[in-house]
Design a protein around this ligand. Sequence first.
Ligand code: S3P
Length: 170
Amino acid sequence: MKRSKPVVITGFMGSGKTSVARALAQILNCEMVDLDLAISDRERRTPKEIIELDGENAFREIETQVLREVLEAGLTRVIALGGGAWTMKRNRELITAHSGFAVWLDVPFRLCWQRISASGNERPLARNETQARKLYRARRAAYIQASLRIEARNKSFSEVVKEIVTVVCQ
Ligand code: S3P
């Protein structure tokens, strides 16, 4: 059940990227990287701290660098992106250049927002519902460019993962 090309999980904040990526990697018996955690490890600061102290542009530069390093190392089969990574054209090009297969977890805004607000003050780009909804709407045009859209409404994480496995392992 191994797939040699990276499977990249994208979707809005709170769509469940990390949980799905972790479960997928377990089934595929492969390495998984959470890009935000890889950034935190490398920078010794969280994405939140970087965005708040240095601004979003500085964070996006680091995000692209770390994504490039992970892809070039070629050790990781499953990558959970941060919610904004796939919206950057240069990151999409990088993923395509590494034959990445992007999966969009399409989750209704209401559920994303529930999870975002329940997780506290972790997301500086979604400080309130209005700001988050605006970003959610604006980003759909990018997410739709993923190789696979999983309509995750009313599905458990394991159902979502099964659906991805069916496609990537065929
Ligand atoms: C961001 C999402 C966050 C993190 C950073 C920026 C975004 O990751 O990368 O705060 O622009 O949507 P999650 O999607 O895991 O919350």
